[in-house]
Design a protein around this ligand. Structure first.
Ligand code: 4SX
Ligand code: FE2
Length: 341
């Protein structure tokens, strides 16, 4: 049975506890464009995005990831996707057009990794904002780039996404363990990546910015506003992906990466670039340490009924323990779940 033809990571839906404060962070500070909003929900897109949104912020009791959403090639890929996941014992549910503003009919599944994943094809086309330079501010987010997921068993996540037809651009590994993997459908380094840890949890959402100076500018703006606590890791250059980056935490602790300058992966026969887990350049090409919270803290995920998914312990040796990240001696705290905030 063929898998659905996934085009790309399209958007995510996050629960936030204070919609006004979340809007301040994502819109006023980071620079997202508002496509639609009401009292409880805000729909946001980057400046290059032509579909309705790349992110939904929905008011709720506690911070969580509601679901990840992939766009599929054709309307037929919805039924194909539903059948493909059902065959693997996954619960699926259909949603009519308009359930989510700007999105056509969709099917959501509880995937084998414990994430709720939506597939959709049809979407409202929005006004082109790419050259509305007058609207740009903050980090100038252009489009969604990727989802990064915390999973207890990276090899298992890799195998699942392989069977869905994803390519693999880069990994972190040693002879016995796969610590992290970057996988794609669109022709860039990734649509989804995996971090080993207590999961399932959302590690971060990555958004592309067209210019590396925007990474520096959002840090300057945070400092100027004395909001520097929202910066968690970076700015820096990743070894994996070559991207220039910074990680921020939103008011609910959801992690967001501002990301630019990765590369084309679309040619046939692309070889996976494998980084040794003890290479200090792999996660930061300049050799700066990764801070512990980056490995331990993440966002819990909801099932199809909106209940929090239980978080299972990591089932492999922790990368932070074997990797040269400057805190290798700190063993056990790195292997359990940190809080979302
Ligand atoms: O930290 S890594 O250099 O491995 C890395 C992390 C590379 C690309 C990413 O998008 C990321 O989040
Ligand atoms: Fe990332």
């Amino acid at each position: 049975m063929p898998p659905p033809d996934i085009v790309r990571a399209a958007y995510a839906s996050l629960r936030v506890t204070d919609i006004a404060r979340a809007r301040w962070f994502w819109v006023d500070l980071l620079g997202f464009n508002v496509s639609d909003e009401d009292a409880t929900t805000v729909y946001l897109r980057g400046s290059d995005e032509l579909i309705h949104h790349n992110l939904v912020l929905r008011a709720g009791e506690a911070p969580a990831l509601e679901y990840l959403s992939y766009r599929v090639r054709a309307p037929e890929d919805l039924a194909r996707g539903a059948a493909w996941f059902e065959r693997r014992g996954c619960r699926t549910r259909w949603f009519p057009r308009g359930t989510t503003e700007g999105i056509g009919e969709s099917v959501r599944v509880e995937d084998p990794l414990g994430f709720t994943v939506e597939l959709f094809h049809e979407a409202s086309r929005m006004e082109r904002l790419m050259q509305r330079y007058d609207l740009r501010r903050g980090a100038e987010p252009a489009r969604i780039d990727h989802f990064n997921l915390v999973v207890p068993d990276v090899r298992r996540a890799f195998d699942h996404y392989r069977s869905l037809g994803f390519g693999c651009s880069e990994t972190i590994e040693d002879d016995s363990t796969l610590y992290a993997a970057w996988m794609f459908r669109k022709q860039t380094v990734h649509d989804v990546a995996f971090t080993g840890g207590a999961g399932p949890r959302l590690h971060h959402l990555g958004f592309f910015t067209p210019e590396s100076h925007n990474v520096q500018r959002i840090c300057d703006v945070l400092g100027a506003l004395h909001e520097e606590g929202h910066r968690e890791r970076g700015p820096g250059r990743h070894g994996v992906s070559n991207a220039f980056y910074v990680y921020l935490r939103d008011p609910d602790g959801h992690r967001v990466e501002i990301y630019t300058s990765d590369y084309y992966t679309g040619d046939p026969g692309l070889e996976t670039l494998r980084w040794g887990v003890d290479d200090p350049r792999r996660r930061d090409f300049y050799g700066n340490d990764v801070i512990p919270s980056w490995y331990t803290e993440a966002t819990v995920v909801l099932d199809l009924d909106g209940a929090v998914r239980p978080v299972g312990d990591i089932r492999q040796i922790s990368e932070a323990r074997v990797g040269a990240d400057g805190f290798a001696a700190a063993a056990s705290p790195l292997e359990s779940a940190g809080s979302a905030k």
